[in-house]
Structures are given as structure tokens and as C-alpha cells.
Design a binder for this molecule. Structure first.
Ligand SMILES: [Fe+2]
Length: 284
């Protein structure tokens, strides 16, 4: 039986993670190299910046998407990078999701946002692999997004790489922005991260590294009831990708698989960009 691809939960952080070097950027590149070495068919990715209202969810089908511009990053870092929409796989994802009674439609006009293309550029600087983007639903129901991941999980068997790009600790209102705004220094740490950020960051690690199979799913959804959750996430958008990942790598079949915290980069004092890989089925 074909090996399952691993699943990544990446914390994309601020836009400056595209322009500045970091251990997270190195890890993204390593994961990209490993994906190419195994000959992935494509990437299926859920981000944090595209959500749909009402009951619906959408899948990107724009054949020629533009890139939303990013602040504080030189255009040379992203403007010339060619995006590679995977329209057949988008249709496949729509069919898989519709079969599980999601209200799902194609979106032929959506432009790609940095939560997705920042990661793709870092992972695959030479060329973007065929990629399908799955939207969020703006009700931010953890179980809904977990089920999206579970529904698309079989694609791992077909050598698609599933990625959630959000954040482990990501509360823009509690970041310390002054060093970035004054000196373009997003990594400045004039003070240690605050206790609520450290506490929630540890809980995310505990869930991803110490639970497995359906227990991962249960623990991940429960993190939204953590006493420090609202401090760590003023809005829910950057944590839905974690639910997608738990769904995609939280089957009984995923029990016993390796998982790792591959890198971690703190930005803006209180934003914790942890990079996890789970569901590793033998050699990556
Ligand atoms: Fe973001």
C-alpha cells in the first residue's frame, strides 16, 4: 500500500517571514525539498486569509490568479514567482467535499494571498507545484474544519501534500510592533514573550507531539477552550488550519506515526511561529 504523505502545520507569521531569513524558512525549504524528492502530485493547502460566509466553503479555480501584495517585503521576493493552480485537483476536492455534504463551490476569481504563496515560495523557490487552495468558513467551527481535513485525507495516499498555514500563537493585537515599524526588525525581542503566549505555545506543542490518531483531533479542537486561547488568537482565522491538519492526520491509521516540531521562530515578541510535521509514514 502506498505510503501516506506527511502533513504540515506551518505558522506563516508576519509578511516579513517572506523577506527575512529564519530557521522556519530553512525548515520550509527542507520540507519542500523532501516533497519534491518523493515526487508529490501537488499541494492542497488551507490558509488563514480566505474565508467564506454563510454555510459554504470554496475551492480556488482561478486559472490565472494574481498575488495580493505584501507589506514590508521587497517585490523582488515574490512578484516574479509563477503560481500554478491545479484545476483538476480543485474539481476533485470539490467532489470529495460535496460527497460529505459540504456546501462547496469553485471560486474562479480568487487571488492568492501571502499566507499561501509565502509558504510556496519558501518551500519551492524554483517552481510552484500544482496547488489547490481550500477556503475557510467564517463561522470558524473547529469541527467543520477538522472534517474538511478528514475528507481530503485520502489524497495523502495519492501523494498529494496537505498543508495548513496559520499560526500557533498569532494575536496581532498583542504583538509588539514598534521594532518592526521603526527598524524593520520583526525578530527583535526587547522583552521575553508574555506568559499567556508561552503557555499556549506549549499546549499546541503538547497536542501535536503527544497525542495521535483521533486523540489529536479531539485535543486540537479542545485547544479552542484553553484558558489562554483567546489571548493567543484574538480571531480564529489563524487556528483553523490546525484543525484541517488534525483532520488530515488524525485517523486511527495515523496512530504511531512520527511527528516533529521542525523549527520555531518568534516574531514581534509575542507571535510564535511553530512549524510542525505530523503523520510521518516512514522516511519523509
Ligand atoms: Fe496570516
Amino acid at each position: 500500500m502506498a505510503r501516506l504523505t506527511p502533513v504540515h502545520f506551518f505558522s506563516h507569521g508576519s509578511t516579513m517571514m517572506l523577506g527575512e531569513e529564519s530557521s522556519s524558512a530553512d525548515y520550509w525549504r527542507q520540507c519542500g525539498d523532501e516533497a519534491l524528492a518523493r515526487g508529490i502530485k501537488g499541494v492542497v493547502i488551507m490558509g488563514a486569509h480566505w474565508d467564506c460566509h454563510g454555510d459554504q466553503i470554496q475551492v480556488s479555480t482561478n486559472p490565472k490568479p494574481n498575488k495580493s501584495p505584501v507589506a514590508y517585503v521587497h517585490p523582488s521576493k515574490y512578484v516574479s514567482y509563477s503560481l500554478n493552480p491545479d484545476l483538476p485537483t480543485a474539481q476533485r476536492c470539490i467532489e470529495l467535499l460535496a460527497r460529505e455534504n459540504f456546501r462547496v463551490t469553485p471560486n474562479p476569481t480568487i487571488d492568492w494571498i501571502h499566507d499561501v504563496y509565502l509558504i510556496l515560495i519558501r518551500m519551492f523557490p524554483a517552481a510552484c507545484p500544482p496547488t489547490t487552495i481550500i477556503s475557510l468558513n467564517a463561522r470558524y467551527d473547529p469541527h467543520y474544519h477538522l472534517k474538511v481535513g478528514a475528507t481530503l485525507r485520502p489524497l495523502r495516499r495519492e501523494n498529494y501534500l496537505l498543508i495548513g498555514t496559520g499560526g500557533a500563537v498569532h494575536n496581532l493585537y498583542r504583538n509588539r510592533w514598534a521594532p518592526m515599524l521603526r527598524f524593520r526588525d520583526n525578530f527583535a525581542m526587547e522583552k521575553a514573550p508574555e506568559p499567556w503566549a508561552l503557555e499556549f505555545r506549549q499546549s499546541v506543542e503538547d497536542v501535536l507531539l503527544r497525542t495521535e490518531g483521533p486523540w489529536l483531533r479531539r485535543a486540537m479542537t479542545r485547544l479552542m477552550k484553553h484558558p489562554q486561547y483567546r489571548g493567543a488568537h484574538a480571531t480564529d482565522d489563524h487556528f483553523m488550519a490546525a484543525m484541517f491538519v488534525a483532520g488530515a492526520a488524525g485517523d486511527w491509521e495515523d496512530e504511531g506515526k512520527e511527528r516533529m516540531l521542525g523549527a520555531e521562530t518568534w516574531e514581534l515578541t509575542n507571535m510564535c511561529n511553530s512549524q510542525f510535521t505530523v503523520g510521518v509514514d516512514g522516511v519523509v
